[in-house]
Design a protein around this ligand. Sequence first.
Ligand SMILES: [Zn+2]
Length: 259
Amino acid sequence: MEYPTRVGNRLLAALPPADFGLLTPYLQKVSLEQDAVLLRSGDRLEHVYFPHSGTISFMLDMPNGQTVATAVIGHEGAVGMLSVLEPSLSPVTAVVRVAGVASRISALRFHAAFSQSGAIRHAVQTHARALLMQFQHVAACNALHSVEARMARWLLHIHDRIDGDVLPLTQEALSQLLGVRRTTVTQVVRKLRVSGAIRSDRRGLIEINRPRLKEAACECYEVMRRRIDQIFPPETMKPGVQAAPVREIPRDRDPFLAK
Ligand SMILES: [Zn+2]
């Protein structure tokens, strides 16, 4: 088992060393392979994943087999973390969209550390706030905005969490994210390519032109990005930073509690 010495996940990086130390003996570095299913809806949550890189989408599976994305997370989030609030079966399926690396811990070990550490409980609250914010915006966006604007928004969310301008997304993956048919995806990709927002889409690789893509996306993208930046403290912005030193934040100045 390899113990992490540097922390690329923002939730872990924000923990004081003593609290992070409750987790480190049990954290295991694992690869996140593209299209891997980390968790299926209805599964018991066995592990909590903290991505250091890569992108994971939370998918809601409908009884008729359709799927739609409800949130995307990268190194600012976690998979399975909210299981500590109420042990239950997963309501969503978590799929790796862009490969990366994560720290993984058993849900039981994480729950034990959660019971002992205020900072870990705080991290769970932070993650819950970030997810709830995404769920609310995605619900509104799905009701109010066009498929083209929504696709541009998802591409930007994923682009924010990876290096480079080439996103390894197949049309099937886009169809699942958007909850629309492949034929609709083909039409929308063509429109975005004509407008210059997508430079090319070959063999499951989509090269984007970010400024053009931002013009095609709805306002939800900027709003959600700003809210994520408000939820996470600036010192945990950069992947690869060491765990933050111990510091006490007065309750009235705590950015998590004050907003
Ligand atoms: Zn929108």
